[in-house]
Design a protein around this ligand. Sequence first.
Ligand SMILES: [Zn+2]
Length: 368
Amino acid sequence: MLTIEMIPAEYGDCLWIEYGEPGDVHRLLIDGGTYRTYEALRERIKTRQEASIFELLVVTHIDNDHIDGIVRLLQNPQLGVRFNDIWFNGWRHLGAPKDDILGPVQGEYLAARIGKMRLPWNKGFGGNAAATSEADRLPRLPLEGGLKLVLLSPTPAELSSLRAEWECIVTDAEKHYPAPGSMADWLVWLSKDRLYRPDEKDDTLGEEAPDVEKLAGVEFSPDPSPSNASSIAFLLEYGETRCLFAGDAHSNVLEASIQKYLKEQHLPVLRLDAFKLPHHGSRGNLSSGLLELLRCKRFLISTNSRRYKHPDGESIARILTQGGTDKELVFNYRGTLTEQWEDVELQRKYRYRTIYPPKGQAGISIEL
Ligand SMILES: [Zn+2]
């Protein structure tokens, strides 16, 4: 049994994965979504008594739509959640000098909580960065219960770029941030932070019938964000099942690692049971070159389409025109930008099905 639940995480990611046999169920959590996603996460933990132990927590990168829910989760240790390992690349993993430079606030918050709670941190990597290395084979890490994860992103180069970005964003003399790594100071800072209050405003979404061929023909322009590029992305192997969890990773990084994987495994193409699209289906993170390496049954899209208006039509159009036949688009929210793909004509022409939460609800769970 392997289930993937896309918890409603607003414009972010929060994936709850369970695997194993009845009576011996294991779980992992990938990201915690936005500030408000924590509420949904807390309810799941409270209503499932046995669900407080995770083999692994992966915080793919420091953007708030992935990390905020986790910062809140770790602010509430009374929930009794336990993680056997946490994959997260904080300041200490970026290879930067420790003095004179400040770290991004949320990254420091999370590091401070991990430190205070004495949680395992990148244990699978000996405490070092969760990253691939150019020379070696792709890191392959087993978890309890027969699951294996093959790390695809980031490379050390992406972490170096994040280091520059991290420094640039937060070296703000007027803010008087604590020094990086000074956990006690960061905990005080966190306790006073008002940014974590709900403040989202919904955008009004446009309604436009998608022109698949035109969208698919739009030239690919890669996502420039260093923090997205620093995303931890991996292939999950469980029996014959293969799932790709891409965080907000960059297409070229995934492409290179997947090519390496195919070579290692002597495979012509990567067959996937599920692919959580990078960066909520943003057009800058799903290239045709990446799709060419895959034969995938289910494309998972985690977003409520607000704020950044993901998924982009270009990404869905690339999937429809390149993604082979008999494929599913699985959305964890209904909305104008996701429901437009429910069109029966489009589904017949491009041989796909759409799956949504029931009307009026958000979040979706699929069993593989
Ligand atoms: Zn994101």
